[in-house]
Design a binder for this molecule. Structure first.
Ligand code: AP5
Length: 224
């Protein structure tokens, strides 16, 4: 297999970011997370950030044309030419179509769409416990993976805070948006033979081992 072009998708809090960061370190591929890119743009109050902020604060998706433009540019950068791990994009059918068309123009294709799924009860608990450091975005969970000192990042000592869209009323809206706009991608990628499912309710290491085993199988199949 010449390159791994991977998509991670699934409900909020299912563990996409947790798995994506591990995959990025192990596979040495760029980890491209639209949520992180948008939060950075909001923090820096760029034009993109100002446009995205209201949607994100409501738990809604930013418009397709905006995010498609961001990803189209990002995938043209040098580091994405040998593969990538996309987390949080595509999130709608028009986004999936746009990605497919862009890759097709470049003679590339998606290797697999990795669905990390977990029950609603579990993701609500995880999201309520998530804390991120202000400095570098290191992620903790007060229920499952607490920092050594309350509200302080183990890695860089910066304060930990809760994401503004992790408040309960916003989480409810994000879950609705996932069901309405993103879950149709399950059928979309299944029909194309690209869907691989993972039980995100298991421990992070178990989920990761399953993903790695699946990727190894895909690579073997490619050599047949
Ligand atoms: P985004 O940042 O992508 O948020 P999300 O999809 O809602 O996903 P999360 O970051 O909440 O969860 P995750 O699955 O990554 O879980 P994590 O690994 O952190 O998007 C935010 C917003 O940006 C959107 O609402 C939208 O407005 C906008 N946006 C982004 N992309 C867009 C697009 N393409 N189009 C339009 N708008 C877009 O884990 C969660 C917690 O659980 C952590 O604390 C972690 O430590 C813990 N945890 C993880 N795995 C486990 C496990 N197995 N067991 C126990 N705990 C675990």
């Amino acid at each position: 297999m010449s390159q791994l072009n991977l998509i991670l998708f699934g409900p909020p809090g299912a563990g996409k970011g947790t798995q994506g960061k591990r995959l990025c370190e192990d596979l040495r591929l760029p980890y491209i997370a639209t949520g992180d890119m948008l939060r950075e743009a909001v923090a820096n109050q760029t034009d993109l950030g100002k446009e995205a902020e209201t949607y994100m604060d409501q738990g809604d998706l930013v418009p397709d044309d905006v995010i498609i433009g961001v990803i189209t540019e990002r995938l043209q950068e040098d580091d994405a030419q040998d593969g990538f791990i996309l987390d949080g994009f595509p999130r709608t059918i028009p986004q999936a179509d746009a990605l497919h068309e862009q890759l097709q123009r470049l003679g590339r294709e998606i290797t697999a769409a990795l669905l990390v799924d977990a029950p609603e009860e579990e993701v609500i608990k995880r999201i309520s416990g998530r804390r991120q450091c202000e400095e570098a975005g290191h992620v903790y969970n007060i229920h499952f993976d607490p920092p050594k000192r309350d509200e302080v990042c183990d890695q860089d000592g910066s304060p930990l805070k809760q994401r503004s869209d992790d408040k309960p009323e916003k989480v409810k809206r994000r879950l609705e948006v996932y069901e309405e706009q993103t879950s149709p991608l399950i059928e979309y990628y299944d029909e194309r033979g690209l869907l691989r499912r993972f039980d995100g309710a298991r421990s992070p290491t178990e989920v990761y081992d399953h993903i790695r085993a699946t990727l190894a199988t895909l690579r073997l199949e490619d050599q047949l």
